[in-house]
Design a protein around this ligand. Structure first.
Ligand code: GLN
Length: 189
């Protein structure tokens, strides 16, 4: 199985390492030619969504990426990656990929509580999953009936799935628990 990990900016190396550990063939996407390689799925990592959107446009990847996701290419977005996939961002009006029917709040935990670690249950994945939040967003509202909530922390939605799109507000690649990535690899089969 081949998974392309966007490596324009942000926390991509940990995703690549985790996928390798799980026996998948992971490669980094730095350019349009990397993007055009054969793949079974992609990961949009955490980082700075503003910068990531700009780089995707500059490299000419934004439109093809959006189309491939619409056509069913499996995608896993963590943190900033989740912001990129959201149809709506309540406190940000720049254009995103908008392929997933969720409304997201950026930096939803404010500056003080921006980063924290907890454990939670994910529907269809398991219990006691470590969750590292870094200046994280959360999902304020599910807009599509096809979108399924997978996890909530303190009443806020922090993970969801819609068809072949998976998003987490937290960073599973930063903890030593492989279950979320394993789940994504199953989605790519
Ligand atoms: N706060 C960042 C943003 O809005 C996301 C943070 C992250 O990906 N860790 O883009």
């Amino acid at each position: 199985m081949k998974i392309g990990v966007f490596a324009l900016q942000g926390a991509f190396a940990e995703h690549v390492r985790m996928l390798h550990d799980l026996g998948a063939e992971a490669f980094e996407i730095h350019s349009l030619s990397d993007w055009e390689k054969e793949k079974d799925g992609i990961i949009l990592p955490g980082g700075e969504s503003t910068t990531q959107v700009k780089l995707l446009h500059d490299l000419g990847i934004f439109e093809p990426l959006k189309n491939e996701i619409r056509n069913g290419l499996p995608v896993f977005g963590t943190c900033a990656g989740m912001i990129l996939l959201a149809q709506n961002t309540t406190n940000d009006d720049r254009e995103h990929l908008a392929t997933m029917g969720i409304s997201v709040r950026r930096n939803a935990y404010g500056r003080q509580l921006g980063s924290f670690h907890t454990f939670g249950t994910m529907e269809g994945i398991g219990e006691d999953i470590p969750m590292t939040f870094i200046r994280a967003p959360y999902i304020e509202k599910v807009l599509s009936p096809e979108c399924e909530v997978l996890a909530k922390i303190d009443g806020n939605i922090v993970a969801a799935r819609q068809g072949k799109q998976l998003v987490t507000a937290f960073h599973p690649e930063l903890d030593a628990d492989f279950r979320v990535h394993e789940y994504f690899l199953k989605m790519c089969r």
